[in-house]
Ligand binder design. Structure first.
Ligand code: FAD
Length: 367
């Protein structure tokens, strides 16, 4: 019988285990932590459920939504909004930057003139050029410059050369002001414990080893060392940073992380009704604040805010520089047949849960 090893029990590892066992493949999953779920696991503080980062679900594909909803009942959110605080204007504005809100800005004439002079992002060589060409220097300065530099701990956004995306899809939005992603389906699990019930369900037919570390890798020969013994597998699916499984052959990959601070406040709700998180694009050390009860629909007389501060203590964000992406690609290119490196860390790509499900659907359809 074909056997498979899955390394890591986050979303990607659990979906992989589910899809492999559904194909009748004997699957072992090894997770370093004492629980499954990785970054999407729900924790509790003062009774409040939260995750390390918002982890709300987004997809443009109905089949991806249906896959998750079937295994982890989901509730759809209509029109929740993102706001960015722009200190120099003393105002919150919607993000993506909205054309209509330019008229509310104290420097609207200058911003409008710059927008009219914009030539579009074609030919941009880095993130700064991309944004200045898309929205002009003033809006870039208000919304992107400081935010992005603190996010990556860099002096200049000209260093960001893998810049072909904005996290929200468009640089300047028109149409309805409120809905951040009018073209995508957005939601969160119904359950009080978020996605947590999905993880044991997905791995029910796999041999799961929690709190277990792989101590050595011999990927060329499909072997790993677990608990002092070498084991061989026909298929290996890794969801961890690829340099680990290839013994650092091309040097360590760079990652940014987050410190997550928790604050409980003695009021029922802090943010406006449809606002779930706030971005801070100025000199403050944090990038984002999340009001978790909004996602979980948790009712309590207090509210929990999660404050995200960029840090290098954990591996959460792959660097969007061409040289980092090329280094990661060298690892992926080295993988032998039937060894796959998937998920956010395994792909060294800014994947969300929806994209992780899409990636697994494509990979395992052909396996
Ligand atoms: C701050 C933040 C906020 C986010 N918010 C959203 C959001 O709102 N919506 C969304 O869709 N996506 C969001 N994402 C992305 C989403 O969390 C990921 O797409 C998803 O978690 C990917 O799952 P994964 O299994 O690839 O990675 P992870 O969840 O990181 O899981 C990897 C697993 O591997 C384990 N592991 C690591 N090393 C080893 C080892 N050596 N041996 C064994 N196991 C190991 C880890 O313990 C972990 O359980 C966010 C990400 C971050 C960082």
């Amino acid at each position: 019988m074909t056997n498979a090893l899955v390394i890591g029990g986050g979303f990607a590892g659990c979906i992989a285990a589910q899809m492999l066992t559904e194909k009748g493949i004997a699957t072992t999953l090894v997770e370093r932590d004492r629980h499954l779920g990785g970054g999407c696991r729900t924790f509790y503080y003062g009774g409040h459920p939260y995750t390390l980062g918002p982890r709300h679900f987004l997809t443009k594909r109905e089949d991806v939504w249906d896959f998750l909803d079937r295994h982890c009942p989901m509730q759809r959110y209509e029109g929740h909004e993102f706001l960015t605080y722009v200190e120099r204007d003393r105002q919150f504005y919607h993000f993506p930057i909205h054309r209509d809100e330019v008229d509310l800005m104290p420097d609207r004439e200058q911003v409008t003139a710059e927008l009219e002079a914009c030539c579009g992002p074609d030919g941009a060589q880095n993130l700064e050029e991309y944004w200045v060409r898309s929205v002009g220097p003033t809006l870039y300065d208000k919304f992107v410059d400081s935010y992005s530099r603190k996010m990556w701990d860099i002096d200049s956004n000209t260093e960001i050369t893998d810049f072909g995306f904005t996290p929200k899809g468009v640089a300047l939005k028109t149409g309805p002001v409120k809905a951040a992603w009018s073209e995508a389906i957005s939601g969160f699990p119904h359950a009080f414990n978020g996605y947590d019930d999905y993880f044991p369900r997905a791995t029910a037919d796999a041999d799961v080893h929690l709190g277990t570390a792989i101590t050595a890798y011999d990927i060329a020969n499909y072997r790993v060392e677990i608990d002092g013994g070498w084991r061989r597998y026909d298929i290996i699916v890794s969801t961890i940073s690829p340099e680990h499984i290839l013994n650092n052959a091309h040097g360590p990959l760079r990652w940014m992380g987050r410190d997550f601070l928790k604050v409980v406040l003695p009021v029922e709700e802090v943010f406006p009704q449809d606002v779930y998180f706030l971005y801070y694009a100025n000199q403050e050390p944090f990038t984002r604040i999340v009001e978790y009860k909004k996602f979980y629909k948790y009712e309590a007389p207090t509210t929990l805010l999660g404050i995200e501060v960029p840090s290098t203590r954990n591996k959460l964000y792959p660097f969007p520089m061409r040289r980092d992406q090329e280094q990661a690609q060298r690892y992926i290119d080295d993988l032998p047949e039937r060894v796959f490196s998937i998920g956010r860390n395994g792909s060294y790509r800014y994947l969300d849960v929806g994209m992780t499900i899409e990636q697994c659907m494509t990979l395992f359809a052909d396996l």
